[in-house]
Write a protein that binds this ligand. Structure first.
Ligand code: GLN
Length: 498
């Protein structure tokens, strides 16, 4: 009997094979490491260390041999390069941290390691997670495995490319304004950004602290549920915005009403709200067609579609691009060549050292945001920009609550277009900001959201369906996506040659 390739197994299947000792963690780790080597030109990885990975795999095998059956034990994954790691370098995609080695692991990393997951390396991303195409990485662009001339999305572009190309069974990502959902959508994988505060931010290189949130990226909702169960949970001593809520086993949500998901209409009673603003002229026709047929499928599964309104959707772009740079300008002030980061080799005095170190260390987009952020926080402009943006942020959150009085879940596109060509938006930052229109508002409100593969659009490129839940309803999102995935096979399609 021929064995399916290890890289085609889901996290759940691989975990089962490891638990039955049919495959060892070392064997699985070696298999993925060789795929990573063979597909280096995708630009998905910034660092690997085969010896370190194999040491972790051997330790997992020892636990398995001793009868330990922790759910994710021995399964390999890779981390977005904004999570600090002791065993691997951490650059946040920036020259500023070119030689940085963290003395500790981020909470998300240590939690998954405690479950026995094996780290395969660090994944490419936009510099300090600022971007939508991974082309702001200071090292190299990541490519979309469906068409290597196109972006994989950003900022978690390396995570998305690696999962879609089956170089890893799963990856971590971070989402400040869409960076898990948008790259998941553009590469045909599944990703979830939980409620703000659900996963610890400790050890995540900070971009905009009131928005940053970690989450899993994998091929299915089932796999995301397994991963999120291992990542989420309180970390009150180390992250003051961590939610004081117990860890949840999200896998328990995947079985609808104890019926094993086999009922004819497993989503009966679920009201899905469609914001008019998400279905307007701004969205390209191919994306709308795929999203609408996914919605029709959800209806077949018993859900009811209702119209809702999120009137301030358009304002989420200026609001986000005031608040996120404001917080970034403050967070990035620590990279001065003294406390942290690259220090220029030649300088005349202290001020010159700061200036040269920061100019050399930061790329264009990061510099642009530091300047915008400093400007909107400065005396005389604070009220007009920053304070105003905070007020609208509150109104955006209130609009979601009004919408949730009419529905349980909100659905729509993730991105107004499929993946664009690498370089296409590089000289036009505003064009890139505009592409974030459908992900920013829920981020500003701190709500959980996910992207679920929903078909293909222009050029045969993947299209994702976005599902947004109310606070703490990750389980409901995952179970809805899981029902959709049991009825469709979009999440199982893979790029040619992978
Ligand atoms: N594209 C958005 C930005 O550039 C979101 C990035 C993110 O979520 N990290 O800021």
């Amino acid at each position: 009997m021929s064995r399916p390739d290890l890289h085609d197994l889901s996290v759940a299947q691989l975990a089962a094979r490891l638990a039955s000792r049919d495959v060892s963690s070392v064997e699985a780790t070696q298999h993925f490491l060789s795929r990573i080597r063979q597909n280096d030109s995708l630009g998905a990885f910034l660092a690997t260390d085969e010896e370190k990975s194999l040491t972790q795999a051997k330790a997992a095998d020892a636990r398995l041999a001793a009868g330990d059956r922790t759910p994710l034990l021995g399964v390999p994954l890779a981390h977005k390069d904004v999570f600090v790691t002791r065993d691997f370098p951490t650059t946040a995609g920036s020259k500023m941290l070119a030689n940085y080695r963290s003395p500790f692991d981020a909470t998300v990393v240590s939690q998954l390691a405690a479950q026995g997951m094996v780290t395969l390396g660090k994944l490419n991303c936009d510099e300090f997670a600022m971007g939508s195409g991974n082309d702001n990485s200071a090292y190299r662009p990541a490519k979309n495995p469906w068409d290597t001339e196109r972006v994989p999305g950003g900022s978690s572009g390396g995570s998305a490319a690696a999962v879609a190309a089956r170089l890893v069974p799963a990856a971590t990502g971070t989402d400040t304004g869409g960076s898990i959902r948008q790259p998941a959508s553009l590469t045909g994988i599944t990703g979830i950004k939980p409620t703000y505060g659900r996963c610890s931010r400790y050890g995540m290189v900070a971009f905009a602290s009131s928005l940053d949130q970690a989450g899993p990226m994998a091929r299915s909702a089932e796999d995301c549920a397994l991963l999120l169960s291992g990542m989420a949970g309180p970390d009150l001593d180390r992250d003051s915005t961590s939610l004081d809520m117990p860890a949840v086993d999200y896998a328990t949500f995947l079985i609808a009403d104890g019926a094993g998901g086999t009922r004819a209409e497993p989503l009966k009673g679920l009201r899905i709200g469609l914001p008019t603003q998400f279905f307007g002229a701004g969205c390209s026709a191919d994306v709308l067609t795929a999203v609408r047929s996914a919605l029709a499928e959800l209806e077949k599964l018993g859900a009811t579609l209702v119209d809702v309104s999120l009137p301030l959707t358009e304002l989420s772009i200026p609001v986000y691009y005031v608040i996120a740079p404001a917080e970034a300008s403050s967070n990035l002030s620590r990279f001065d060549g003294v406390r942290y980061g690259h220090r220029a080799a030649k300088y005349t005095d202290l001020n010159d050292m700061y200036k040269k170190s920061r100019s050399e260390g930061f790329g264009d987009e990061v510099t642009r945001r530091i300047m915008i952020g400093t400007y909107v926080l400065s005396h005389g402009y604070y009220d007009a920009y920053y304070l105003k943006a905070q007020k609208i942020r509150r109104l955006i959150a209130e609009d979601f609550q009004k919408a949730f009085s009419q529905c349980d879940i909100i659905a729509g596109p993730v991105s107004p277009t499929v993946a664009w060509k690498i370089g296409e938006k590089s000289d036009d930052p505003v064009a890139s900001y505009l592409a974030d229109i459908y992900t920013l508002s829920s981020s500003l409100a701190g709500l959980p959201g996910m992207s679920v593969p929903a078909g293909f659009g222009e050029g045969g490129m993947p299209v994702g369906l976005q599902l947004i839940g109310n606070y703490f309803r990750e389980g409901q999102l995952l179970s809805t996506a899981h029902q959709f995935q049991m009825a469709t096979d979009w999440h199982q399609r893979k790029p040619q040659g992978m």
